[in-house]
Design a protein around this ligand. Sequence first.
Ligand SMILES: Nc1ncnc2c1ncn2[C@@H]1O[C@H](COP(=O)(O)OP(=O)(O)OP(=O)(O)O)[C@@H](O)[C@H]1O
Ligand SMILES: [Mg+2]
Length: 295
Amino acid sequence: MTGGILCAGRLYCDVVFTGTPRLPTLGTEVFAEGVSLHAGGGAFITGATLVALGNGAAQFSVLPAAPFDAVVLQALAENGLSSKLCDVAPGGSDPQITVAIPYANDRAFLTRAAGDALPSLAAFDWRSFSHLHIGELSTLEENPKLIERARSAGLSISLDCGWQDAFRPEVRDLIAAVDVFLPNQRELAALRDVGVPEACAEVTVVKHGKKGARARMRSHSEWHHEVSEAVRVIDATGAGDAFNGGFLSAWLKGVQLQDCLRQGNACGAASVQCAGGVGGLASLPQFDTAAPSLH
Ligand SMILES: Nc1ncnc2c1ncn2[C@@H]1O[C@H](COP(=O)(O)OP(=O)(O)OP(=O)(O)O)[C@@H](O)[C@H]1O
Ligand SMILES: [Mg+2]
């Protein structure tokens, strides 16, 4: 896959409940209208969005343990993501799943992150890729050598954040080493509390839910803002990861930041209108043929 995109991160099987009248509370039981299994995790949803926009992409993850690996392998194939670089989970591993409960235009997650996120970094020729996307900061913290490996093969690098109850101040150096950092507003606020500067990476892109998103170059003080169209929300799970796919597909083609934001918003908005993170891919508009860029 010459020039493709390597999508590295934790790969989950998402158990998505829909039509929940309220969130569960201790001692009571809630009956949902629906439940479905989906491949999940930032790297997968961003990768599937990149493929839907015409890019080549490969998943780089340890699969959830059986029987959930079958759901995920089928979704990788259906979404055109190569699974050649995925490893099976070591015997006896807990299944890596997330229970997602969408409610009141937001969602609550309960997750079991089991074992290593990634296979060995030495298992393949990095030069067959042009870009590395890392699905969550915790995976980079577990595998800081990802940066060196990617740079020595000439890859550009992007990184989503993902929520952590307690970010370590040391993540500042990891974030500063990537080209594009894509936290949501809540994550960025928590990072700033531990001293991470607002514009830490070469390009910082902040996602604001239904309000849209903003982006800024480290070398420029000006933020670009782009509002998102108002849509009916079915499930907001994975909206940020779908946004990443849209933004990066344009950015990698050298498109202006404003148009990268527009394509990101369109992908995020499409994603919230379906259960799971990749439901909205069939109806994605393309913006990344717009005028050549700043960078
Ligand atoms: N209700 C909505 N209406 C329109 N667009 C939306 C809505 N919610 C999200 N989006 C789009 O999706 C993008 C990402 O959403 P959000 O800010 O929730 O990311 P996130 O918190 O990282 O999501 P996740 O990590 O669950 O994937 C927004 O920047 C926006 O473009
Ligand atoms: Mg997110």
